[in-house]
Ligand binder design. Structure first.
Ligand code: MG
Ligand code: MG
Length: 260
């Protein structure tokens, strides 16, 4: 069931979103050759707990980490490990979530490890840009297919793959709520967005083929052809105008509002 959020719910989601943002920024700042994905997990968990929040990923469906740390051809759901050491030239996708007063924030980004190839950097940048392309079409009355279409057409114009098996989602008191928000689709189709809906939009984009498989650990999802993948995500609130990003600090929201 799709829920329209109360003002109180949205205030709590902004709080959860800001904690999520801070955890992701702390992890991003720590990414370098030689660090392990478990080190990054601990940085995120400490940031979240120090803020009095709860890491939403920890224990979700049995997931052991506070972040998902997915390297190179891993698309999402990489389990943090002491054994996974980052190396120069890799890219790492970090997905993170926090709960404040029972409400969720969910956000992800992809970071280069040291110097990376131009192709890798472009994949990261264009995956993020596809999120902003989606932002342009998200408004009260728009439809879910408009979001998928915006992401898909932008990414496929570079020959990238759009993963079909994984999608964005509604979010609120639960991390995953209705509706499902795919990164591919036809315009003017699907459920209508309404003011007060909160959704996580999260393009998961591959360098070549969009085909993915699930790893032996039952979590990690990786590209079949081994090529790199990138991920970018924010939780946002649908309004009558431009959507409001919940997984950034209040100050940044004000700056965005002034630009739009
Ligand atoms: Mg996420
Ligand atoms: Mg999500």
């Amino acid at each position: 069931m799709i829920t329209i959020k109360s003002e109180k719910a949205i205030e709590n989601m902004k709080l959860a979103g800001e904690v999520t943002y801070r955890a992701l920024q702390a992890v991003k700042a720590a990414v370098r050759p030689g660090i392990t994905t478990m080190d990054l997990d601990q940085i995120a968990e400490k940031t979240i707990r120090d803020a009095g929040a709860v890491p939403s990923f920890k224990g979700y469906g049995g997931f052991p980490g506070s972040i998902c740390a997915s390297i190179d051809g891993e698309v999402v759901h990489g389990i943090p490990s002491h054994k996974r050491v980052l190396h120069e030239g890799q890219i790492i996708s970090i997905d993170c979530g926090a709960i404040v007063n029972g409400y969720q924030g969910d956000s992800a980004l992809t970071v280069p490890v040291g110097q990376v190839s131009e192709d890798a950097m472009l994949l990261i940048q264009r995956t993020e840009q596809s999120f902003w392309e989606a932002m342009k079409v998200i408004t009260d009355g728009a439809r879910i297919g408009d979001i998928g279409h915006a992401i898909q057409t932008y990414c496929e114009s570079f020959g990238y793959g759009v993963v079909r098996e994984l999608c964005g989602h509604g979010i609120g008191q639960n991390m995953h709520e209705d509706p499902q928000i795919c990164n591919f689709g036809r315009p003017h189709t699907g459920i209508r967005l309404r003011e007060g809906m909160t959704i996580a939009v999260e393009p998961m984009i591959t360098m070549h083929s969009p085909q993915v498989y699930q790893g032996d650990d039952g979590w990690v999802v990786a590209t079949v052809d081994g090529s790199m993948a990138a991920h970018y995500e924010h939780t946002l609130l649908v309004t009558k105008k431009y959507p409001i990003i919940l997984t950034i600090p209040e100050q940044m929201r004000k700056e965005f509002a002034n630009e739009c």
